[in-house]
Design a protein around this ligand. Structure first.
Ligand code: HEC
Length: 375
């Protein structure tokens, strides 16, 4: 992305001084009003056309930002965005980063929504939905459609497209697509330095999270997590009790609830492996027949297991302990283990345990179909 941005900067830097963009100094002999430059078509080589775009407060003419004779020109920042574009959403949600720059009093930020979430031309309703995404409102928010801007080859990789415009000529000082919002301070300072004919600042080293991701990409990844809370489970009175969850978590990682003392649920649903095990077939106390699915968000599933033979998360969890190839344990073994090691945590949520110390009634191991006492 940086390499691409650099190329486009350079390409445009060459174009800016090309004769076809009139220089403001040629045009303001007496500071009088000058007509908007003639723009035959939208392109990176010609000035921004004097479009009239709908906003929620009526039509907006881009020509209103044209100030050919301004002594201290402002900087017009036009951002072309699409509602379906993650980076566009990110830029809208972090508009404050632009508006709180030291030079912000010299900025006009005009956002143009060119596509709705369904990739159709946006209407007023889409514009209102889009406005709700901002952390701070831009100077103006208008809508347009993607075909109007086609010559700028806007597309999935190229949004938002930022156009930094010299309001004396309406020519582009710079343009770049999907910039890292953390680079904006430099880009804005650089464009202003060019407007003022000052020495240009040096570009800072790109900021990276973990030496890899641009900070924007990292922020976008984070915004996708954590997952929404699963819906309440009407079949489980304890599902949303954090103490029950903490106990369940401890049991999930406890290998002593297996015949070999080595197989915890986490053996086959390993957090480091996306809560699966990465094998074609799982091995517990013996090699199984099936592949372990990830249990990420499993509590939100309507059915559990490949064949859907459990209809709730709690019902599913009864299976692995007594599965002869998975944990090879017995329900009495689990109950005894809980009484010995988790009695406090258990009784705090569920009340008193049965008298498990009565080994005549509750042997150390046992399950239906198995004589008492056998492992
Ligand atoms: C030996 C490996 C192994 C162990 C140990 C194990 N599982 Fe699994 N798990 C599997 C396999 C294989 C399946 C799929 C089985 C099937 O569909 O018949 C599965 C399925 C599941 C599912 C259903 C997920 C879905 O998308 O349908 C859940 C939930 C689950 N396990 C939770 C647990 C819990 C909780 C424990 C511990 C009490 C546990 N597992 C122990 C291998 C294991």
């Amino acid at each position: 992305m940086d390499a691409l941005a650099d190329v486009t900067h350079e390409a445009h830097d060459a174009g800016v001084d090309a004769p076809r963009i009139p220089r403001s100094s040629d045009r303001c002999p007496d500071g009088g009003a000058l007509p908007y430059p003639e723009v035959p078509e939208i392109s990176f080589e010609t000035p921004l056309p004097d479009l009239t775009l709908p906003t929620s407060d009526g039509p907006l003419r881009l020509g209103r930002y044209y100030t050919p004779c301004a002594a201290e020109p402002r900087l017009l920042v036009v951002r072309l965005m699409a509602a379906w574009s993650g980076p566009s959403q990110h830029h809208a949600a972090h508009t404050r980063r632009l508006l709180e720059l030291p030079e912000a009093s010299r900025l006009d930020v005009v956002d143009v929504l060119v596509s709705a979430a369904d990739n159709q031309p946006p209407d007023d309703r889409d514009l209102a939905d889009w406005r709700a995404r901002y952390d701070a409102p831009p100077t103006a928010l208008a809508r347009s459609d993607a075909p109007t801007w086609r010559a700028l080859s806007i597309g999935p990789q190229h949004l938002p497209l930022l156009l930094l415009v010299d309001p004396r000529t309406m020519g582009y000082l710079k343009f770049f697509d999907a910039p890292d919002t953390h680079d904006l301070p430099y880009e804005v300072a650089d464009a202003l330095a060019r407007l003022d004919r000052r020495a240009r600042p040096t570009r800072p080293a790109p900021a990276r999270y973990d030496d890899r991701l641009p900070l924007d990409a990292w922020e976008m990844v984070q915004a996708m997590a954590p997952l929404a809370r699963p819906p309440a489970d009407p079949t489980n009175a304890f599902a949303d009790d954090p103490r029950a969850a903490a106990l369940g978590r401890a049991l999930f990682f406890d290998p002593r609830l297996s015949a070999s003392g080595e197989v915890a649920c986490a053996r086959c649903h390993d957090p480091a492996m996306g809560l699966a095990d990465g094998n074609a077939r799982s091995t517990g106390v013996a090699l199984g027949d099936r592949n372990a699915p990830s249990v990420l968000a499993a509590s939100g599933q309507r059915w559990q297991f490949w064949d859907g033979r459990a209809d709730s998360a709690w019902m599913q969890a009864l299976g692995p302990f007594e599965n002869p190839r998975e944990m090879g344990f017995t329900r009495l073994g689990v109950a005894q283990a809980i009484a010995q090691r988790y009695a406090t945590e258990y009784t705090a949520v569920y009340g008193a345990l049965p008298p498990l110390e009565d080994r005549a009634r509750f042997p150390a191991a046992g399950m239906p179909g198995q004589p008492p006492g056998r492992p």
